[in-house]
Design a protein around this ligand. Structure first.
Ligand SMILES: Cc1cc2nc3c(=O)[nH]c(=O)nc-3n(C[C@H](O)[C@H](O)[C@H](O)COP(=O)(O)O)c2cc1C
Length: 164
């Protein structure tokens, strides 16, 4: 039985890769970890703790991630939960406030507010007309900071060890 769930909501794959890196770090701290697209998670009952990450679009989380938080709020409130989002493109990677609905759900669940990681928008990975257009402009690039992601994953792993 898997101990820890790392779920992600993505459109263009960047958040999935962050989730996989977080899972790898937690796994190396001797936890069993399952990584799933949040849309494929049927229940959280069997997991001891949950990490959820969503891509940001138009300052919103992906709807399937918000639905997951809402639907499982009661069960999640009984477990350690960590949240992150991936979005900011460019040099200003300062923390992006989560949408109000997500902030409220985080509070209800008893989780810290989401960590912010830079996003990725490149011509070869962009999906959709607007994204492809934007990927030709000044916001194009991969702004994911793998050191920051690893540091955060270490923080999660340490708290999981402490909660054993
Ligand atoms: C149309 C569009 C809207 C976006 N809106 C936001 C936004 O409001 N805030 C933000 O931080 N990033 C925004 N981004 C950047 C994406 O969140 C970033 O590219 C992210 O890494 C994509 O994640 P994904 O590959 O997992 O879908 C936007 C990107 C596109 C293409």
């Amino acid at each position: 039985m898997a101990e820890i769930l790392v779920a992600y909501a993505t459109k263009m794959g960047a958040t999935k890769e962050i989730a996989e890196a977080v899972a790898e770090r937690i796994r190396s701290a001797a936890h069993q970890v399952t990584v799933l697209d949040v849309a494929d998670v049927e229940s959280v009952e069997q997991y001891k703790a949950v990490v959820l990450g969503s891509a940001l679009y138009a300052a919103r989380w992906r709807p399937e991630a918000v639905r997951f938080l809402k639907r499982n709020a009661a069960a999640l409130a009984r477990k350690p939960v960590w949240l992150f989002h991936s979005g900011p493109l460019g040099d200003d990677l300062s923390s992006q406030k989560a949408p109000r609905k997500v902030r409220e759900l985080a509070t209800r669940i008893g989780a810290e507010q989401p960590a912010t990681f830079g996003g990725r928008l490149t011509p070869d990975t962009a999906v959709g007309f607007f994204a492809k257009k934007m990927a030709q402009g000044p916001m194009s690039g991969d702004f994911r900071d793998w050191n920051a992601i690893e540091l955060w994953a270490n923080h999660v792993a340490e708290q999981l060890v402490a909660a054993r």
